[in-house]
Ligand binder design. Structure first.
Ligand code: MN
Length: 244
């Protein structure tokens, strides 16, 4: 069984989400795989700031999960793109790149965070290109934690401010970007998070392609269970199924 989650936005301000995360992980079995598709954390300042951000417990939780034989894969989101190898080593998780191809039997499943598909949101795409560049990351990580925190708070303030003003339509994925990505990777299934709009969408670009979107964890966990036969998407009080 393959499990997928995203968009928990863990932060010490919301211990109830952390508790739900712990309960969710307790149900996973040795030999199973867990894919985290980004924005596990509300924000990330670098692997040296785990204690500063109050994520030592989350690190321990992931470590104990990998110790009991669950393989964990982490694809970063637009909030936690600075999660690095040090944190991965501490937790025993494997970092994977955005647009990761997961093989399930003969089927290829494309995994993304999803923000790169929101191409109508030009200011986010500009921000994304900047913060994903190695030069920007190096300069940022050389600053003190307090300096980084100040800059991140400023960026989040502007982004929250922008979100309220942005038309809701441009916060969702762009259908053409979805079709292009699915065609480019030649896959039938795309799974992503980011938009907090959980659903299973049929995509009309080839015989039978689907875009499956994970939800966030407020007020309830959202997850996908994926097998050779199909997948189950859970969010709020709903469960939706897709049979292959
Ligand atoms: Mn996101």
């Amino acid at each position: 069984m393959i499990h997928l989650i995203s968009d928990l936005h863990l932060s010490p301000e919301h211990p109830e989400v952390f508790d739900q995360f712990g309960e969710y992980l307790a149900d996973l079995n040795a030999g199973e795989d867990l894919y985290i598709l980004g924005d596990l954390f509300e924000y990330w300042l670098g692997d040296d700031a785990v204690d500063f951000l109050g994520h030592a417990e989350a690190q321990q939780l992931l470590r104990s999960l990998s110790n009991r034989g669950v393989k964990i894969f982490f694809l970063s989101g637009n909030r936690d793109f600075l999660v690095g190898e040090k944190f991965a080593d501490e937790c025993g998780i494997e970092l994977i790149a955005d647009e990761h191809i997961l093989k399930v039997d003969q089927r290829q499943v494309l995994l993304m965070h999803g923000d790169s598909l929101c191409t109508d949101d030009l200011s986010h795409q500009k921000f994304r290109a900047m913060v994903r560049s190695p030069g920007w990351q190096k300069t940022f990580l050389e600053k003190t934690i307090a300096e980084r925190d100040g800059l991140a708070k400023l960026a989040r303030y502007h982004s929250e401010d922008g979100k309220a003003q942005k038309n809701m339509e441009i916060m969702d994925v762009n259908p053409e970007a979805v079709r292009e990505t699915i065609t480019q990777h030649d896959v039938e299934i795309l799974i992503h998070g980011h938009t907090h709009r959980p659903a299973i969408h049929r995509i009309e670009c080839r015989e039978a392609a689907y875009r499956v979107v994970l939800g966030d964890w407020t007020p309830k966990p959202s997850w996908i269970q994926l097998t050779e036969e199909g997948l189950v998407l859970a969010f709020s009080d709903s469960v939706q199924r897709l049979y292959f």
